[in-house]
Design a protein. Structure first.
Length: 103
């Protein structure tokens, strides 16, 4: 994996989360969690694009804990599990790449 691939994954992740956020009609805990996570991804955009490893790590460190999503009332359990698995897998790929750059 290289920086270009990480940038591509980051943008796909942002699109996926933005699409999900747009489905919410009003604010709720599930939407707020997605918006917070989207904010982290937004902060990573520039440093990833410019391959600024230290800046990426500074943004990443506070968010290394496991991302906790909530199922919205309108989601089916299967839809939620699929969404969560996709997001978690892609986020882990980004984290692993960035954390292993300084080794």
């Amino acid at each position: 994996m290289d920086w270009e691939e990480v940038e591509e994954i980051l943008f796909l992740l942002m699109d996926t989360i933005d699409d999900r956020i747009q489905k919410y009609e009003k604010d709720c805990p599930a939407k707020k969690k997605l918006e917070r996570f989207y904010g982290i991804l937004e902060q990573l955009k520039m440093p990833v694009g410019q391959e600024l490893h230290d800046e990426c790590i500074a943004i990443l460190k506070p968010s290394l804990r496991k991302i906790r999503f909530r199922k919205a009332r309108w989601e089916t359990a299967e839809d939620y599990k699929s969404f969560k698995k996709t997001i978690t897998t892609q986020w882990q790929r980004i984290q692993i790449f960035l954390l292993n750059q300084d080794k």
